[in-house]
Write a protein that binds this ligand. Sequence first.
Ligand code: PNS
Length: 159
Amino acid sequence: MRRAIYPGTFDPVTFGHLDIIERSSRIFDEVIVGILVNNAKVPLFSAEERLDMLKEAVKDRPNVRVMSFGGLLTDFARAQEAGFIVRGLRAVTDFEYELQMTQTNKVIAPEIDTIFLTTSLKYSYLSSSTVKELASFGSEIDRFVPEHVAQRIKEKYRL
Ligand code: PNS
């Protein structure tokens, strides 16, 4: 069984993330989307909200599960018996951080490999932060996130 973890903050999930999830679910037998809960970043959405939004977004993908985790990614991957970590690369600017993280993970967990998928061109500019910023100024975000996520973001900024 080739099981992979697709980790991230997912604050909130975008079409860019869903593109990576869809493509990795065709490569691996099972993909676990891992939502980091104790990130240094202060998220807009709670871990429960991020979990709900992601579960709804992948509900039609039988080999994708969504879980939250705290602590080290490699500990989570080992606990889930996953041999792979999947990360999306949008642009060369992502590369330095991703390489450093991958090499660190490889030193502490040599049996786990990180696989990079380049984000589809149509989503290469997209990030959760951009979507939140647009929404905070009242701009439409329906092109960037699923309907149920757009709704939740709008509710946050209406408060
Ligand atoms: O969506 P993000 O914020 O780019 O995801 C970053 C994430 C969650 C993959 C990364 O911060 C992470 O793996 N954090 C867990 C802590 C850890 O394992 N750190 C050691 C690797 S340098």
